[in-house]
Design a protein around this ligand. Sequence first.
Ligand code: HEC
Length: 194
Amino acid sequence: MLAMNKIKILGTTAIVIAASIVATSCKDRRSTGWEYAPNMYEHTAYDPDQPNSQFKDGKTAQVPPAGTIPVGFKKFDYPNTREGYDKASLEVASLIAQTPKHLAEGKVLFTTFCSPCHGTTGEGDGLVVKHGYPAPPSYSKGQSSRGGAMKDLTDGKIYHTITYGVNSMGSYASQIAPEDRWKIVMYVHQLQKL
Ligand code: HEC
């Protein structure tokens, strides 16, 4: 008796489910059916690719006005020229707090990005140099190809070099965020004193 009831209940449930699927699916071919929390799909904000009468060109995705920078972003307004390098040397100073934590992070970043050429102690004896790559000058004893001793390189000169590169050293602007570049600069200053 009980077993029969169970089968009946299951059967009825199956019929109800099947009937509701049939009833809801054939209403309108283009309809997606019932939506749960429709605000998630049909939000009030414009999508970037949607037409928009609020703007002259009728587009939602607007190009930011020339010179726009993200909030909190500090522009490094020195071109990749000899003049830009010299100007940065005079005007630019580190933007981050000189803390042991930043120095330790600078060491890790330096080891990853710079030590393959400059060596872990900045002597210019990294692994790729041992395999024949042109050796960079030592931070503590060498001479810069742009004049002056490497140990006297300023915040601005080192930051400019990381940002743009110099001769056979490439730019690290796309790999290393500005704040991380400043951490590396801190660590290079440490290596200049060795
Ligand atoms: C692919 C090898 C290589 C890597 C990696 C590299 N450098 Fe260099 N770097 C060089 C060479 C070679 C020079 C010397 C270029 C010249 O003056 O002709 C140099 C020069 C420099 C100078 C001296 C600039 C000047 O004004 O004379 C600094 C500072 C410097 N590198 C910092 C860094 C830092 C910081 C990193 C890591 C973010 C780094 N380099 C990564 C090869 C490299």
